[in-house]
Design a protein around this ligand. Structure first.
Ligand code: SAM
Length: 209
């Protein structure tokens, strides 16, 4: 792995996303997570301070990047919380079927290699009635912006270490079988290149058995 992806990028992501408005979104994303919780693409662990420990019975996280995991392990240690960290990708999860009440994805489905496979695994490990809580940047529903997202995507994949500007993540979540209310795109002005990174936040459910 290169110095950029393993050393510089984790630092860059932390700095770029260290903004009060993004903290607010992270707090909304994970503050209501409860029961046995799994976070995919944990990165440097920036969501950790926003979990409500009185609601979470267990927290497991997966993250394939060694550079990200170095930061994440330090954060976990500082927190004094017992968190299971598996250094692997979300496409094949090492957990039993129906093991979690909640799965969290924070700016991860833009980057995973195979979103449909990750969502299939998320579905498998969620208990019936369980929730996928997500905060993601997605393909714009404005055609002019979308055209620019397509043009800029090859650059973003390099700069963002596999990140894509133009994924229709909400459609992918629905295609995986989840129940999801309509989701509105928002522009988050704190984001670099905000106009090309429309944000969606939501909770998608695996139907009860
Ligand atoms: C933009 S970062 C977001 C990190 C963190 N969730 C946050 O909100 O700050 C995307 C993360 O997805 C991770 N990732 C990349 N491929 C993945 C995969 N196949 N499965 C799970 N995570 C992956 C990256 O290593 C990176 O940590």
């Amino acid at each position: 792995m290169g110095i950029y992806s393993e050393r510089i990028f984790p630092w860059l992501v932390d700095r770029a996303l260290d903004k009060p408005a993004i903290d607010e979104r992270r707090a909304r994303l994970v503050g209501n997570a409860s029961g046995d919780v799994l976070e995919i693409g944990f990165g440097t662990g920036a969501t950790l301070p926003f979990y409500d420990r009185t609601r979470v019975r267990s927290l497991s996280v997966v993250e394939p990047s060694a550079g990200m995991n170095r930061h994440a392990r330090a954060r976990i240690e500082q927190s004094g919380w017992k968190v299971r960290l598996d250094a692997l990708a979300g496409e094949y999860l090492p957990y039993e079927d129906n093991s979690f009440d909640c799965v969290v994805s924070s700016l991860t489905l833009c980057t995973v290699t195979n979103p449909a496979q990750v969502l299939k695994e998320v579905w498998r490990v969620l208990r019936p009635g369980g929730a996928l809580r997500f905060l993601e940047h997605v393909a714009s529903d404005d055609p002019a912006r979308r055209k620019w997202q397509d043009r800029l995507n090859p650059v973003q994949q390099v700069v963002g270490v596999g990140c894509n500007l133009n994924r229709d993540t909400v459609a992918a979540i629905r295609a995986a079988g989840f129940i999801l209310d309509p989701v509105n795109q928002q522009i988050e002005p704190s984001f670099p290149l905000a106009a090309y990174l429309p944000i969606v936040e939501g909770v998608a459910y695996k139907p009860p058995a």
